[in-house]
Design a protein around this ligand. Structure first.
Ligand SMILES: CC(C)(COP(=O)(O)OP(=O)(O)OC[C@H]1O[C@@H](n2cnc3c(N)ncnc32)[C@H](O)[C@@H]1OP(=O)(O)O)[C@@H](O)C(=O)NCCC(=O)NCCS
Length: 317
């Protein structure tokens, strides 16, 4: 099912030293100790999520027959326009054929799991045979300059995943969930149909950090249990638990609560920050690059966040 994976990080960097200069009593070390992040990668002024997704996608497609791809999913909460669908623009830019289905998936931190679930269904139904799942977000453009709680966390990135029915890396045991009761806890209110533009001011991200923290502690342990039950596996049969890389403080809390050994719980955010829909594929790519993935390994993937929304599945490498 999962054939190949590529990633793209923009060139700009925002370090803890730079942040600490503007944030009074939050020193660079204190920011690292809390978040596990030393620097975030930041998209250029005119670089959109679709530009980053294009770079990751072009890398994935290098040397491949582009005409064999018949579906593209662009998972992002920072699309180019309200309309048209950015996936259509990317179909053209990536040189894919016009027989390619194209949809945007505006899901955030659980977006990769939602994208995989959709891809899985499209492939099993025979609607698609070779599908590209792109993830890309530029939250940095939505953050108010002085908002230290979000500025310290989020970075920009993109990934591209090739999914096809005949790959031996199988996906299964999907569990998805949502709770719009927490919609206001992580939200950009302006720029959409309900509020429109706000007196010419750019749309701005609001995060209620403690509520997001409480939500994950409430939901994630049950989500992991449900994926394991569906897969009929015991916790110790899993080789890796790849969670959405929200921040180190939150991840460590969940790891201890779930009693997951440190070596089975990769963290990959020190040099890129929380990249929203891209954290899970970035972590997988890092595991693969560093030779820590072997055929047959069982990996639980877990996403959670804005929506509120969550999802998990099993990936057999
Ligand atoms: C944001 C979050 C890390 C803050 O942690 P917290 O313990 O609730 O923070 P508090 O506001 O109670 O502050 C506790 C201490 O940590 C410090 N702190 C909080 N955030 C910090 C940061 N980003 N960098 C450095 N220090 C930080 C506070 O200054 C305070 O320090 P003090 O004890 O010296 O006064 C936590 O609420 C969280 O993980 N929320 C989820 C947010 C998230 O991951 N969102 C992404 C969406 S998936």
């Amino acid at each position: 099912m999962l054939k190949n994976l590529t990633t793209y990080l923009p060139e700009g960097r925002l370090t803890n030293d730079e942040l600490a200069m503007g944030f009074g009593n939050w020193t660079a070390e204190k920011i690292f100790a809390k978040t596990g992040i030393r620097e975030r990668r930041i998209a250029g002024q005119h670089e959109c999520a679709s530009d980053m997704a294009f770079r990751a996608g072009a890398d994935l497609l290098e040397g491949k027959d582009r005409q064999c791809f018949d579906f593209i999913i662009f998972c992002s909460q920072t699309p180019d326009y309200l309309l048209p669908t950015t996936a259509c623009i990317l179909q053209r830019r990536l040189g894919l054929g016009t027989g390619c289905g194209a949809i945007d998936l505006p899901v955030g931190c659980s977006g990769y799991i939602y994208g995989l679930a959709l891809a899985h269904a499209l492939l099993l139904a025979g609607t698609a045979t070779n599908l590209i799942l792109l993830t890309a977000d530029t939250y940095s453009k939505l953050i108010a300059e002085g908002d230290k709680s979000t500025r310290t966390l989020f970075g920009d990135a993109a990934t591209a995943t090739w999914l096809t029915k005949d790959s031996s890396r199988r996906l299964s045991s999907f569990v998805l969930g949502s709770d719009g009761g927490g919609a206001d806890d992580l939200i950009v209110k302006s720029g959409g149909a309900r509020h429109g533009a706000e007196n010419g001011k750019p749309p701005t991200l609001f995060m209620n950090g403690p509520e997001i923290f409480n939500f994950t502690v409430r939901i994630v342990p049950g989500l992991v249990r449900d994926v394991l039950n569906k897969a009929r596996l015991q916790p110790d049969e899993i080789d890796y638990y790849v969670f959405h890389q929200a921040n180190a403080f939150l991840l460590e809390h969940l790891r201890v609560k779930l009693n997951i050994p440190r070596e089975k719980f990769p963290m990959h955010l020190e040099e890129c920050g929380n990249t929203v829909s891209s954290t899970i594929p970035l972590t997988l790519a890092d595991l693969d690059r560093s030779g820590r993935l072997q055929p047959g390994m069982k990996i639980v993937l877990i996403g959670f966040g804005v929506g509120l929304s969550w999802g998990g599945c099993l990936l057999k490498w």
